[in-house]
Design a binder for this molecule. Structure first.
Ligand SMILES: [Zn+2]
Ligand SMILES: [Zn+2]
Length: 374
């Protein structure tokens, strides 16, 4: 038998690693494949040579034997077709899906959940956050195959890929079939002959990931925003899961949120309500609004400022700012202040009359939420 230099056939150096050999084989095999060169005897011969060289050099044991003795017994007779396997890998890496075969299908990666706490200011204008998390990513050492030899995992021979094995329990009439996790593949349905030492056969490794996420205006506590494909990558080249951002809303010291509307409670002196005044109202954007309080405004009155609430999520529309005024009642008074109030008390104008029933605080506020406008 003519002694062949397998390294020369694949065009790699003698100390080339498995990856280099694999890459070179892929390139040459695609070039000389008989399907691409119909009737070309030379290409066919070359293709056989390439396949033979790869079969030996991709197998650590055979490669060692070849390096020592210059040949490998039975290299051509294994009946293995490395190319069909490789073609599928190439197809998969190019087209994502691959052909339907009995070979293990990739498992989708899991979602990653992250909670993001936002205050109303951030919700109002939208914000971006730098988030840090561990993400399962393709193992570089085995290119996600999980195998030290670069071969993809194969269907578990014990369970046929189902991940379960059936046992017969009991006897005769009471015989039952019980399914249990396959002990060979631990329920995965695949077996890897030479697991990659870095990822222990899973094809993925956790890596620290820092990413800036954009949170559009108008988000709400309890909402989950999802970034498709930013979750864990699946074992053996499986599609990635999603990154899920769970919004938590911090309570605001000044404003109360009611959907896209904001409620602001203002405390106003009794004379201001009776004689009229101007009220300064803060907003989430920092500007301040002036509200005219007409003389004779009842406590509990609600003002609606359209468009000064929160933006509606995914829309250009904005909610309203509702301002409810309450009369401020001082807790402590000195002597002269008391005398002043005693004087007021004597006047009939300051006593409630049955003629003008006032609506309660809640009633007034409720009117707004029921969509009634004044
Ligand atoms: Zn199994
Ligand atoms: Zn690996």
């Amino acid at each position: 038998m003519r002694k062949k230099d397998y390294y020369a056939v694949l065009g790699v150096s003698r100390d080339a690693d498995t990856e280099t050999i694999k890459r070179s084989y892929r390139r040459l095999a695609l070039q000389y494949h008989p399907d691409k060169n119909p009737g070309n005897k030379e290409a066919e011969e070359r293709f056989k040579e390439i396949s033979e060289a790869y079969e030996v050099l991709s197998d650590p044991d055979k490669r060692r034997q070849y390096d020592l003795f210059g040949n490998v017994g039975g290299a051509q007779s294994t009946g293995r077709d490395p190319f069909s396997q490789m073609v599928e890998e190439v197809f998969e890496s190019f087209f994502g899906g691959g052909r339907q075969t009995r070979r293990p299908t990739a498992i989708a990666g899991e979602d990653i959940r992250i909670t993001i706490e936002l205050n109303l200011e951030e919700i109002a204008r939208g914000t971006s956050r730098e988030v840090e998390y561990l993400r399962q990513e393709t193992c570089e050492r085995c290119e996600g195959t999980g195998s030290a030899d670069g071969m993809r995992p194969r269907t578990c021979s014990k369970c046929g890929g189902s991940g379960q094995v059936a046992y017969r329990v009991g006897g005769g009439f009471f015989q039952q079939i019980v399914y249990q996790e396959c002990p060979e593949c631990r329920g995965m349905g695949f077996e890897i002959l030479h697991p990659c030492v870095a990822c222990r056969g899973t094809g993925v490794l956790p890596k620290k990931h820092i990413r800036t996420v954009e949170i559009p205006p108008g988000s709400m506590g309890g909402m989950t925003l999802s970034l498709r494909g930013a979750g864990h990558q699946g074992p053996w080249g499986g599609p990635p899961g999603d990154l899920l951002l769970e919004i938590i809303e911090k309570s605001h010291p000044v404003f109360l949120r009611e959907g896209e509307n904001l409620i602001y409670e203002a405390w106003v002196s009794y004379p201001d309500l009776v004689l009229g005044s101007t009220l300064e109202v803060p907003t989430l954007t920092g500007e301040s609004l002036s509200i005219r309080i007409e003389p004779g405004t009842p406590s509990g009155e609600v003002y609606r400022i359209p468009g000064k609430g929160l933006p509606r999520y995914g829309s250009r529309k904005k909610g309203d700012l509702l301002i409810q005024v309450h009369v401020w009642v001082p807790r402590k008074l000195d002597k002269s202040e008391k005398e002043l109030l005693e004087e007021i008390r004597k006047h009939k104008a300051f006593s409630p009359t049955a003629k003008r029933p006032e609506k309660g605080f809640f009633h007034r506020l409720k009117e707004f939420f029921l969509g009634q406008t004044r």
